[in-house]
Design a protein around this ligand. Structure first.
Ligand code: GLN
Length: 446
């Protein structure tokens, strides 16, 4: 009830697309009586959680914040949702986001932008903006988002909370609406590491419904080991011209503090930084153009009301009416880079860049426990500041897309407050399937 009341008081933030009020209260009452009767309950009993509107929950609407899926109801639940329910969480509602998880500000939602709760003239980041604000404003305890190129870490950074993107394949993607399948990963927002670790513990692991979900054993994420760490930071990231000078100073001081605290902190080279955003946008738009071809007005959601159209005109009309501007831009870009004449120049080239990035990161991570760097080059943008300049918007993803290109786990934890009043975080990256040490380092740093 406390959370429902707060949601009612913060409607202007536009974080929720739907609140499951009756269902949540009923679940809470049922749990209460089970506990009173001494019956066993799950590891997350009573945890109030919100889910991004790209994650299916049986019998509930899911739209990817797009008109094309308006009114569509999930026929099954995502594996992550099933596992949370098995641990007795209370799902309180589904959360606003950028349409099909494409964006960095949550301004691309068909249901309007989400506002940053700390400063209502600023964006919360995206694409999981609703998931971040729901935790930031205390509208739920933890939330699920998805991270294809930073959509959990970047809004966590802008909102001053914790955001984890696990290793590619650590959490099943079954029931997650696909954006770019070789990048997508469900992620977790929370206020502290312990909460995030507990949720990850419940949802990670193999799944017969997703062949890309890893069979790697799920270790204990909840024990904190105090030790000192061998840390690397990327010179090319810290000295990048796009990084806010005050933040650069903040990171430099922070790295010194880490040394003083007994860790080793070493500057390393990473020459590919300026290629990661172009490679990311070539590959993800290519995958998106293919994934989104299923929304054809026949199988799902929106269908044009115009009659007597030829089949291709029917597809075109339904898709033109249903998809928003950014989604259309990406479908066009994706089909372009995959077209016969340009495939080698763009798609193949970007795959080669991806391979170089994977190799270089794994070389660094074989020598160091973790790579530390900024999550985003600036604090939260003003609403509208970048919405007419897609290139500037894409370039701000420079620090987050790296982990998705390489499939490694990464987390953003709050670090400091900028003189403009907004928080900013530090990003930690470790090698594949090393979430246990990632969470330990994050706890050490926080
Ligand atoms: N901003 C990035 C994009 O628009 C990241 C999105 C995401 O991680 N879902 O593609």
């Amino acid at each position: 009830q406390l959370y429902l009341d707060r949601i009612g008081q913060t409607k202007h933030l536009n974080a929720f697309l739907e609140v499951f009020e009756e269902e949540a209260l009923e679940k809470a009452r049922a749990l209460d009586s089970r506990i009173k009767n001494g019956e066993p309950v799950g590891a997350l009993a009573g945890v109030v959680i919100g889910i991004k509107d790209v994650i299916c929950y049986k019998g509930h609407k899911v739209s990817a914040a797009s008109r094309i899926l308006e009114g569509f109801t999930s026929l099954y639940s995502a594996t992550a949702v099933e596992r949370l329910l098995a641990e007795d969480v209370i799902i309180i509602g589904n959360l606003n986001c950028d349409e099909f998880a494409m964006g960095s500000t949550n301004e691309n939602s068909a249901y309007g932008p989400v506002l940053n709760a700390l400063d209502n003239t600023r964006v919360p980041g995206g694409s999981s903006g609703g998931s971040a604000v729901a935790v930031q404003a205390g509208l739920c305890m933890v939330s699920l988002g998805s991270d294809t190129g930073g959509s959990v870490r970047q809004p966590a950074d802008f909102c001053g909370i914790v955001g984890l993107k696990p290793t590619y394949g650590r959490i099943s993607r079954h029931g997650l609406i696909a954006y770019a399948s070789s990048f997508d990963q469900i992620g977790v927002f929370g206020r502290n590491i312990a909460d995030v670790a507990k949720v990850l513990q419940s949802i990670a692991g193999p799944d017969e419904y997703d062949s890309t979900a890893s069979k790697e054993e799920v270790p204990d994420y909840q024990t904190i080991h105090n030790k000192s760490w061998k840390i690397a930071y990327l010179k090319d990231a810290l000295y990048h011209e796009g990084l806010d000078p005050e933040m650069k100073e903040g990171y430099s001081i922070f790295f010194e503090e880490l040394e003083t605290a007994g860790n080793t902190v070493t500057a390393v080279d990473f020459a590919y930084l300026d290629y990661v955003v172009p490679a990311y946008y070539v590959l993800t738009t290519a995958e998106a153009s293919s994934n989104l071809s299923r929304f054809d007005g026949v199988k799902y959601g929106h269908r044009t009301s115009l009659k007597n159209l030829e089949l291709t005109d029917f597809y075109k009309k339904s898709r033109s009416e249903g998809f928003g501007k950014e989604v259309k831009r990406r479908i066009l870009l994706g089909t372009f880079v995959l077209s016969a004449g340009y495939y080698d120049a763009y798609y193949t080239k970007a795959q080669q860049v991806r391979k170089l990035v994977v190799d270089k990161l794994s070389e660094i991570l074989s020598e160091y426990d973790a790579i530390l760097m900024p999550t985003v080059p600036s604090t939260a943008f003003k609403i509208g500041e970048k919405s007419n300049d897609p290139i500037a918007m894409y370039l701000a993803d420079i620090y987050t897309v790296l982990a998705n290109l390489a499939g490694v786990p990464a987390i953003s934890v709050p670090l400091r407050r900028h003189s403009n009043g907004m928080p900013y975080g530090v990003q930690i990256i470790t090698k594949q399937f090393s979430e246990a040490s990632l969470l330990n380092i994050a706890d050490h740093v926080m």
